[in-house]
Ligand binder design. Structure first.
Ligand code: SF4
Length: 446
């Protein structure tokens, strides 16, 4: 359970020496409680206090890292149940499963690695490949790992039942730190030994009850493996939602350490058809998968899941923004119009995509509205005549154009008079309310 500022203060030296950069130990304690300072900033904390403070400040869901050739994926460190309470920190990594019985694994791996989409200026891609020992043959599994490793440097999950298959695969991992899936009641001792030897995180698979999962996690932890990932053993819509919610609640609300690990899910298992896989994945991205392994990859499905994930894992206190400034669309000429919008990414891309897609040249003046959309910014006093005039000045747009024509978003037509006053000599027009109507507007009034 998190400590209060006063509880932390009692564990500090209380000498007020200021070396931590704060005027008093109490001020430092308050910052620690708010997670705005690092304990390491105080060089005088006793070992006993340090252990107590570190244990209390450890996140309720342990951070798990996989890496291949320096490319990392992280999951965990979450501290809230709902995004609006603060934020979610590590977007759930999305993997795609391949099997050691598949033909041309290298080509398949390259296809997954090459998949990328641009969403409001952010590059989204898949996070890794899960390789399954479907053949049951350790040598074939090792060959599959070798083929994938030779083709791409993506993070990996190894899926097998036989500990010998993991031994063979790790020999071909070539320095990668994969997730080993999975230890169950029948093989956990051998799996714990391999995980320790290879310093790889280990997935723990339960039988559908939280009690058995926690018991297994406790045994494996006692055997010396700290980095665990949980598979409660449930499949399908209702059971995965129920167990994942219970696990996250126990970890965050009750600080129940034995279930304080990311959860791995397989939305392609236990559904009636492959069409249900992305629907279940959507549920699990929201609640509360830590790793998702898809069985079917199509660009359209992956795009939808990555965009959903991006939206859920965006910090609600920090809107996605683009840099304020002047953007050129389709090589504008001096007589091209100047369109105005705000620096909220989705607003910016809605406008720029419409104009660009229509092949129309224009200058796009993006005003600094602290990342808010047009109407929200206007209502909050962050998008007004002064800010638009400031944008005109700081971008020196006047030196690039021969016709001073500025088009306001239709939803803030009310600003027209003020903008005319703030920008004497400019022709101010009110454009459409929706970005989709901009091309027709520009064609009508080029
Ligand atoms: S460095 Fe440590 S002892 Fe000194 S003021 Fe900061 S918290 Fe107190």
């Amino acid at each position: 359970m998190a400590l209060t500022g006063l509880q932390i203060y009692k564990l500090l030296p209380q000498t007020n020496c200021k070396e931590c950069g704060f005027p008093t130990c109490l001020a430092f304690a308050m910052k620690l409680a708010a997670k705005q300072a690092e304990l390491a900033a105080c060089p005088y904390v006793s070992e006993a206090s340090k252990q107590q403070l570190e244990a209390a400040s450890a996140p309720p869901v342990r951070l798990i890292t996989l890496s291949t050739d320096g490319r990392k994926v992280e999951s965990g460190n979450e501290i809230v149940l709902f995004r609006h309470e603060k934020t979610f920190y590590h977007p759930v990594p999305i993997f795609v499963r391949v099997k050691d019985t598949d033909a041309d694994l290298a080509a398949k791996a390259k296809e997954l690695d090459a998949f990328a989409v641009d969403y409001v200026g952010i590059k989204l891609h898949l996070d890794g490949i899960a390789i399954e020992n479907a053949s049951g043959d350790p040598a074939q599994f090792a060959a599959a790992v070798e083929a994938v490793r030779g083709a791409v440097g993506m993070p990996l999950i190894f899926i097998a039942k036989d500990p010998a298959a993991f031994e063979a695969a790790m020999a071909k991992a070539n320095g990668a730190i994969p997730l080993l899936y999975a230890a169950d009641a029948s093989n956990w001792q051998a799996m714990a030994d391999i995980a320790k030897k290879s310093k790889a995180p280990l997935a723990v698979k339960g039988d559908g009850t939280l009690e058995s999962l926690a018991n297994l996690a406790e045994q494996i932890k006692a055997a010396g493996v700290e980095d665990l990932v949980l598979d409660p053993g449930a499949r399908g819509f209702l059971d995965t939602l129920t167990l994942a919610t219970q696990i996250r609640r126990l970890a965050i609300k009750k600080n129940f350490r034995l279930l304080g690990y990311p959860i791995i899910t397989f939305p392609g298992e236990g559904v009636a058809s492959s069409d249900e896989e992305p629907v279940l994945a959507v549920q699990q991205i929201g609640k509360y998968a830590g790793f998702i392994v898809l069985d079917h990859f199509t660009p359209a499905r992956a795009y939808a899941l990555l965009v959903l994930r991006q939206n859920i894992y965006t910090d609600p206190q920090k809107p996605i923004q683009v840099k304020p400034g002047l953007y050129e669309i389709n090589s504008p000429k001096p007589e091209s119009p100047v369109l105005v919008t705000t620096n909220f990414s989705i607003t910016y891309f809605a406008v720029s995509n419409e104009v660009e897609g229509a092949g129309l040249p224009a200058w796009l003046l993006v005003a600094d509205a602290e990342g808010m959309s047009v109407l929200t910014a206007w209502a909050a006093g962050k998008f007004d005549a002064d800010r638009i005039a400031k944008g005109v000045k700081t971008t020196s747009v006047e030196s690039k154009i021969s016709r001073k024509r500025l088009v306001l978003p239709g939803v803030v037509a009310v600003l027209m008079g003020e903008v005319e006053e703030a920008l004497p000599g400019w022709q101010i027009e009110v454009g459409p309310r929706e970005a989709i109507d901009i091309p027709a507007f520009l064609k009508l009034k080029p």
